[in-house]
Design a protein around this ligand. Structure first.
Ligand SMILES: Cc1cc2nc3c(=O)[nH]c(=O)nc-3n(C[C@H](O)[C@H](O)[C@H](O)COP(=O)(O)O)c2cc1C
Length: 414
């Protein structure tokens, strides 16, 4: 394979066949690692090859279940007593590992580098690794079970490459409070993180688990008496497309709005919904009049305050007279609200460090989060002209990231 082709077609493999990997092949792959550059040519990275099932299965229970994926695992360690400045030893390790991944790929094998494991103490004890070695990474190695599919999405290079000076056109908003975010910030955040949650057409967002969607869907269904009549339902913001996926085609004609580009991207890949152009990125109504909408559904957790009112007004305009709007808002536990306030306070007052928007945000995949009070939602609906029909609260055993297990719903009519 040409180098460029190898680089582009390598992808992490997580399903392997049982086929054993010959020692010579493993040696060849690890040989490639030694030709990687290393700080001061110190060559501090070392490799423990685990190819005995007994050891692998023993580690499996204490370290990570991922050890069941492949017949061979490589534990990558490096001597941490040298080259600490600018994480030189660590960086050198990363370079060596890329050689391993590319060579394995070139030889028809699959790999998955992994830091998502625990039990370092146990690994150290079991494999007799001295304390001055850092356990950096595990690499799953084996023959892929299926043909290797196209790799993951990648961010456009122009977002990551700066010519001559740092020149970020759209920096991320790193506030943990949604009230400090604009809709453009949300779009920017989601676009930036799209490669995390879009993978081969699958959505890996997983903000809510399916039980919360099912409950919401059943609640939505129970609000309508005339289930035999087909009606068009517009999902104003189902941010991952999952709720609208549940809508039964025999009862509803689901339409996704293009309110945020990430939803549209996911739905485009699924290709089984009509997509109505409701707003553009600047929130200017662009309703496509050819769609007759009987009902709208909406979730509000991630919508800036002023925009909620705009959306409700827009929904009122596009719903047919007699139609409905159905809204859900997830409830966050008091504990999490307080925790976030503490976090926010801590970052503002005690550290000058940049907030880690990805990991310090408890809802990192969705951006800043804010639960809207039911008073606010009701008032916004009323002032847009909607009439109250019913409201309720639903408890769910597992709410996904929203571990508080319940949501409020509102049904209003035009
Ligand atoms: C340092 C590092 C740690 C990773 N840890 C894990 C992990 O714990 N589990 C996993 O399934 N994948 C892990 N990955 C694989 C990444 O998810 C993967 O590289 C990324 O999604 C890009 O996909 P690709 O490798 O197919 O191009 C890791 C990758 C790197 C570089």
């Amino acid at each position: 394979m040409l180098l460029n082709e190898s680089i582009i077609t390598r992808t992490s493999v997580r399903e392997f066949s049982d086929q054993k990997v010959d020692h010579e092949i493993i040696e060849k792959i690890l040989e490639s690692a030694k030709w990687a550059p290393s700080a001061c040519n110190l060559q501090l990275t070392e490799y423990l090859v685990i190819d005995q099932d007994e050891i692998r299965l023993d580690l499996l229970n204490k370290v990570t279940k991922k050890l069941s994926w492949a017949p061979v695992f490589i534990v990558v360690i490096f001597d941490k007593r040298f080259s600490q400045k600018r994480s030189a030893a660590f960086t050198s390790m990363g370079m060596a590992v890329e050689n391993i991944l590319l060579t394995a790929h070139d030889l028809g094998l699959g790999t998955c580098p992994m830091t998502g494991f625990s039990g370092d103490k146990y690994i150290r004890h079991k494999l007799k690794i001295p304390n001055f070695y850092e356990i950096a990474l595990l690499i799953a190695l084996g023959y892929p079970k299926n043909n290797i599919k196209k790799g993951k999405e990648r961010i456009n290079s122009n977002e990551l490459v700066h010519w001559n000076q740092f020149n970020k056109l759209t920096p991320l908003n790193d506030s943990l409070s949604l009230d400090e975010w604009t809709t453009a910030d949300i779009i920017n955040y989601r676009r930036r993180l799209a490669p995390v949650y879009l993978y081969q057409g699958k959505n890996r967002l997983g903000v809510f688990n399916s039980s919360i969607y099912n409950k919401a869907y059943n609640t939505f269904l129970s609000c309508y008496d005339k289930k035999e009549v087909k009606m068009s339902v517009l999902d104003l913001i189902s941010y991952d497309g999952k709720f609208i996926s549940l809508l039964d085609k025999n009862i509803f004609l689901p339409i996704a709005s293009d309110y945020l580009d990430y939803t549209l991207n996911i739905l485009k890949q699924k290709n089984d919904f009509r997509i109505a152009k409701i707003t553009n990125d600047n929130n200017i109504p662009l309703h496509n009049n050819s769609v007759d909408i009987e009902t709208c559904i909406h979730k509000f957790e991630f919508t800036p305050k002023d925009h909620i009112q705009k959306i409700i007004k827009e929904a009122y305009r596009i719903i047919k007279p007699g139609g409905f709007i159905f809204i859900t808002t997830a409830n966050e536990s008091r504990f999490k609200i307080i925790l976030r306030q503490i976090l926010k306070f801590y970052f503002k007052i005690f550290t000058k460090e940049t907030v880690n928007v990805y990991e310090n945000n408890p809802f990192f995949k969705i951006g800043a989060f804010k639960q809207r009070s039911s008073g606010f939602i009701k008032l916004s609906l009323k002032s847009a002209g909607f009439k109250h029909k019913a409201i309720g609260k639903v408890k769910v055993k597992q709410g996904g990231r929203f571990s508080h297990h319940c949501f409020n719903w509102y049904l209003y009519s035009k």
